[in-house]
Design a binder for this molecule. Structure first.
Ligand code: NAG
Ligand code: NAG
Ligand code: NAG
Ligand code: NAG
Ligand code: NAG
Ligand code: NAG
Ligand code: NAG
Ligand code: NAG
Length: 282
């Protein structure tokens, strides 16, 4: 399963309370809605990393249409939806500090016809996190690397910009790597050898998340509390793939005690993946 877009429920003590009201033809009915039930951020969304600038816009051109939709949902739910920025394309995104626009994506239809598999992001990519007030985000760091020797520099550079931009008010949790259980077998082109196993994954994951933590300690030291520093993980695509989640846990994925759960209630498939079964797992 290469789910790019799905609904998921996020459990957190954090609250992103909406402050704006929206006009509605439902009139007094909306005022009677009990906010915050059944769960904070009960309806939340994942936005494909490469599409985030389109959905959110930037500081000079914020996407007000998207914000209005989120406000309306927020008014009905009690909190604005939480937004995960990630998916397959987070693992292709290479940081280029000289890029003068948000994202340079190139589609290779042989690899994937519906999203770019060669991607550079520039400093203004992160402006998209500033266009939707009172939304909490998870930012997806690039673990796959796409065979680009700027992968490690990208991680350290984006960790600094992401923590400075999001701050603890906007951050939900971090995510390092999307569906790493498919890295060795990806139909878009493997990014790890076939010998890649759970202990390799755990070693790599711990080393990189500790490096991210080092960057945060330097630039955003107020984001290292137990309620502000953590990861959505293992972010596996399924239960029958090359890496198995139970083995990753057994191999020490949560050695640092930084993992937070994600449970999906309903998911919908992304374009190009409609052949997959639609699942309800409430
Ligand atoms: C939202 O607007 C409705 C209708 O004007 C009003 O009754 C309600 O108190 C407002 N809610 C908030 C949270 O401002
Ligand atoms: C960015 O541009 C500067 C000035 O042209 C150049 O020196 C530097 O190597 C470039 N950096 C990258 C990562 O391309
Ligand atoms: C902001 O978005 C507008 C509209 O898409 C675009 O023209 C502009 O180049 C963007 N600014 C930056 C710095 O990317
Ligand atoms: C965007 O990426 C393509 C390669 O995918 C490259 O040919 C092009 O020069 C890049 N554009 C900019 C402005 O960096
Ligand atoms: C597109 O992807 C295919 C399969 O990975 C590769 O063989 C081909 O060289 C790529 N084309 C370009 C222009 O990069
Ligand atoms: C995983 O692969 C590494 C080499 O990449 C090897 O050292 C290790 O023994 C393997 N672990 C298991 C459990 O097979
Ligand atoms: C943070 O969590 C760790 C591990 O659960 C615990 O040992 C530590 O006391 C906590 N720190 C605070 C400030 O609550
Ligand atoms: C995308 C995702 O996490 N899907 C999972 C949703 O829950 C079912 C059952 O618990 C899993 O099989 C899916 O992998």
């Amino acid at each position: 399963m290469t789910a790019l877009l799905y609904f998921f429920a996020l459990f957190s003590a954090a609250t992103a309370t909406i402050v704006s009201n929206v006009s509605s033809s439902y009139g007094p009915f909306v005022a009677d809605i009990i906010v915050g039930q059944p769960l904070d951020g009960f309806v939340s969304y994942s936005i494909e990393f490469s599409s985030f600038p389109d959905f959110a816009g930037n500081v000079s051109n914020p996407n007000k249409f998207s914000n209005n939709l989120l406000n309306n949902l927020g008014y009905l739910i009690g909190t604005k939806p939480y937004i995960r920025v990630g998916g397959n394309t987070q693992d292709y995104a290479i940081y280029n500090p000289n890029l003068t626009f948000a994202l340079n994506g190139t589609i290779n239809a042989t690899r994937s016809p519906d999203y770019p598999t060669t991607i550079e992001i520039g400093p203004s990519y992160f402006e998209s996190y500033l266009t939707w007030p009172n939304v909490k985000f998870s930012h997806g760091f690039n673990m796959g690397g796409n065979h680009d020797d700027r992968q490690w520099a990208t991680l350290l550079q984006t960790a600094e910009i992401a923590c400075k931009t999001l701050g603890k008010e906007r951050l939900y949790w971090w995510e390092y790597g999307n569906e790493p259980d498919l890295f060795a077998t990806s139909s878009q082109g493997p990014v790890r050898p076939s010998s890649y196993n759970e202990s390799d994954y755990v070693t790599e994951w711990l080393a990189a998340t500790r490096a991210i933590k080092g960057v945060i300690a330097k630039f955003c030291p107020d984001m290292l509390g137990n309620d502000t520093y953590g990861y959505l993980a293992p972010s596996f695509a399924g239960v029958g793939n090359h890496l198995k989640a139970p083995l990753a846990w057994a191999d020490g994925l949560d050695t640092d005690g930084t993992l937070h759960f994600r449970r999906n209630l309903t998911r919908c498939n992304a374009p190009g993946h409609f052949n997959e079964p639609y699942t309800h797992t409430i």
